[in-house]
Design a protein around this ligand. Structure first.
Ligand SMILES: [Zn+2]
Length: 282
């Protein structure tokens, strides 16, 4: 890659964060919202099924999150793979078109929202949740293919120490830090109680912006196939932690994963604007 694109990707996130007023909001859990609107996701394609069966619903959920205050939306491609679509009878070309469609729908939603108000949002490549130490493979892929789109790497943890594959968070975050196209490093789908420690571990190996989109902290009972709800006030508590702990600790991009909704994002958005108006008033 040439020096020009290096400069472009390294300033991308700082320019973006500056435009957002210092920190940015991601969206929350996608599948939960699709189901709340009546989608049946009991399918190997999970949320990606809606790319086939109900693109308007996908667009609607993106818009709900933009309305709630998200500056960044993630495409409905978390469960979308060429192999997955082929297993459902689609050709390779059709599968590729469906992957592209996830991006097209997100762009459509962004344009609709942009028309509605003057606030902008940017599109990203989300590297998702690695399960078998593919961090280096992803980083090499970005470099080898000379993909000139800013990317971020996030990691999930079940114990607050290592990532789910058992690899060290330091090692994973260091690999991400070394990759020029990676504009932010962070944590996804992890209970809020582990975020503070993981955030400090990541900060030790990178000065890139830290992105955090945890789950709600509720636990999933695999046997009954149900979420065990935690004690009320989830969204407000979540927003308070974002402001009081994680932002103070240097993270600058916030969103939600499993069991979070547009209300979660709205609560964070409100807490962030309360905080910045308090700072401005001081
Ligand atoms: Zn999740």
């Amino acid at each position: 890659m040439g020096l020009g694109s290096e400069v472009k990707t390294s300033s991308f996130m700082s320019d973006f964060l500056e435009k957002c007023g210092g920190c940015a909001l991601l969206d929350g859990r996608f599948a939960t919202e699709l189901e709340r609107h009546g989608a049946d996701l009991n399918d190997p394609l999970r949320s990606a099924k809606c790319l086939v069966s109900s693109p308007p619903l996908v667009r609607r959920v993106h818009l709900d999150y933009l309305d709630a205050g998200a500056n960044i939306i993630i495409t409905a491609s978390y469960h979308a793979t060429i192999q997955g679509f082929e297993a459902k009878g689609f050709s390779k070309e059709e599968a590729k078109a469906l992957l592209r469609k996830s991006v097209e729908i997100a762009i459509e939603a962004r344009e609709i929202y942009f028309d509605k108000c003057t606030k902008g949002s940017w599109d990203f490549v989300d590297a998702g949740k690695p399960s078998r130490h593919p961090v280096l493979a992803y980083a090499e892929l970005l470099e080898e293919e000379a993909i000139d789109i800013p990317a971020w790497f996030t990691f999930a943890s079940k114990d607050g120490i290592d990532v789910v594959s058992g690899d060290s968070i330091f090692e994973c975050a260091s690999i991400a830090n070394a990759c020029k196209q990676v504009v932010a490093v962070g944590i996804n789908c992890t209970p809020p109680r582990f975020i503070q420690g993981l955030n400090s571990s990541i900060r030790k190996v990178t000065s890139k912006p830290i992105v955090i989109y945890p789950n709600s902290g509720e636990t999933y009972d695999g046997q009954s196939k149900q979420w065990i709800p935690s004690s009320g006030r989830v969204d407000e508590e979540f927003a308070e932690i974002v402001i009081e702990k994680w932002r103070e600790a240097g993270a600058s991009l916030f969103g939600g994963c499993c069991r979070t909704t547009p209300n979660t994002i709205r609560a964070i958005s409100k807490a962030l604007s309360n905080k910045s108006s308090a700072v401005n008033d001081a």
